[in-house]
Design a protein around this ligand. Structure first.
Ligand code: ZN
Length: 74
């Protein structure tokens, strides 16, 4: 489970870098309230990991297309 957590944090770091998420959250999103979604390469399996960043609270959700791979909500 520790490995999964590490991969999850790695994925979140990638997403934050991609979306320029910061404490202030740069308004690079079209709709601040709507947030944004996208895809990154899954750091665990190399597959497609879909993510969603909430515009309001900046919570990041992620789901890898690979079965039993990364999947989190926080
Ligand atoms: Zn994966």
């Amino acid at each position: 489970m520790k490995e999964t957590m590490e991969y999850t944090f790695a994925a979140i770091a990638l997403i934050q870098e991609k979306t320029k998420a910061k404490p202030e959250f740069e308004p690079n999103l079209n709709d601040e309230k709507k947030g944004c979604t996208g895809e990154i390469e899954c750091p665990k399996c190399g597959g497609v990991l879909h993510y969603s960043v909430a515009g309001g609270n900046h919570h990041i959700w992620g789901t890898c297309e690979t079965k039993d791979c990364l999947r989190w909500m926080m």
